[in-house]
Design a protein around this ligand. Structure first.
Ligand code: TK8
Length: 354
């Protein structure tokens, strides 16, 4: 990934890989259609291509593998999921474009790039909306997910479910962060996400959107001072090697929307759709379980190798309050829906004082 190929060339390479795959799939279908004779009949087999941007060992990668296995089992081998991870068919933004165009069947994507199509989704990342991932699941699973899915369906994405991209913390290589003032002046890489850009702009940082796959090198070369992500993503992409401070802010939460091109979804048989929906449910449960398990272990490890601070969340909440006001003005209905749901059960999810 970190070679010298210019970005444009790299995208081209990914595109031709995708086209090659589509061609190969068509070729295989044509072959099996005229095969006949001996051997199992493969004429009904279906291949579905799933792209994601996570590194091997990341819960998203392992969740994708669980999905692949469950689909194979539940379809008796009739449906094959081909996984292309680690941004090998494009970064999150590019994969959203490919799914919309129907050249990629599915993606376990990210909140920011998804919110270019479904703007309301950015509000899941309102600063300090959630206390924890468990709080977010309780709020999002159900009516909120249905609202998001209905909007997405109108613009070409069938939402299977929302995976956990975790509570986000801030790492950097310049200084310890104890208060919001310490963030000011830092050049912070953000995803292609309008909410995160807004939050870090409000804190006086210099928010710099960049694809996740470019981040390790940008940090190593000092092109940016820091970044924000859940510790699980920091660890699975080894970002701790090129960072020295971690501030456990939990300043926002993100989902990974698991999307399929609506055209592809509609063209599948009802049986296959049921298999996919049920396998996606099994996979999100596995992914969330892995997130919880890995998060605790990684915090313990990072305490040893990084300078870790636990800033006062209330001070950060106050410093970022104007962000919420702006997004409320822009999406009043969805803002009400999500904040009311989050407040209703906040007390149950607040950390108990020791
Ligand atoms: C990796 C990204 C990553 C996200 C980001 O595909 O870009 O910071 O948090 O998980 O989706």
């Amino acid at each position: 990934m970190h070679d010298d190929v210019p970005q444009g060339r790299r995208i081209l390479r990914r595109r031709s890989l995708l086209q090659g795959l589509a061609g190969a799939a068509a070729g295989a279908a044509a072959l099996s259609a005229c095969a006949g004779g001996d051997g199992p009949r493969r004429t009904d087999s279906v291949r579905i291509i799933l792209g994601h941007g996570a590194a091997p060992g990341n819960p998203r990668s392992d969740g994708a593998l669980a999905f692949q296995r469950l689909v194979a089992e539940q379809s008796g081998g009739e449906v094959e999921i081909q996984i292309l991870g680690q941004e090998s068919v494009g970064n999150d933004t590019e994969m959203m474009v490919s799914v919309a165009a129907g050249t990629l069947d599915m993606s376990i994507n990210s909140q920011g790039p998804f919110s270019s199509y479904v703007p309301e989704a950015a509000l899941i990342g309102l600063p300090f909306l959630f206390e924890s991932s468990a709080h977010a699941y309780a709020v999002l699973d159900g009516a909120l997910q249905d609202t998001i899915a209905a909007r997405a369906e109108e613009v070409g994405f069938h939402v299977l479910n929302l995976w956990d991209n975790g509570m986000r913390d801030i790492s950097n290589s310049v200084r310890s962060i104890a208060s919001p003032e310490d963030v000011a002046g830092l050049k912070i890489r953000t995803p292609d996400d309008p909410m995160t850009i807004d939050i870090f702009g409000e804190l006086g940082a210099n928010p710099t959107p960049l694809a996740f796959g470019e981040l390790y090198l940008a940090l190593r070369q000092g092109a940016v001072d820091g970044q924000e992500n859940p510790v699980v993503n920091i660890k699975s992409s080894s970002l701790q090697e090129v960072q020295s401070h971690l501030a456990v802010t939990g300043h926002k939460y993100e989902v990974n929307p698991f999307v399929m091109s609506t055209t592809r979804w509609k063209n599948l048989s009802e049986d296959i759709r049921q298999v996919i929906a049920s396998a996606a449910q099994g996979a999100v449960e596995e992914q969330r379980r892995l997130m919880t398990e890995q998060t605790a272990a990684i915090y313990t490890e990072f305490e040893q190798i990084l300078e870790v601070t636990h800033p006062d969340r209330a001070a950060f909440r106050e410093a970022t309050a104007p962000v919420a006001e702006r997004w409320q003005a822009e999406h009043p209905d969805f803002f009400d829906q999500i904040t009311t749901a989050a407040e209703a059960i906040r007390a149950e999810h607040e950390e108990q004082p020791a």
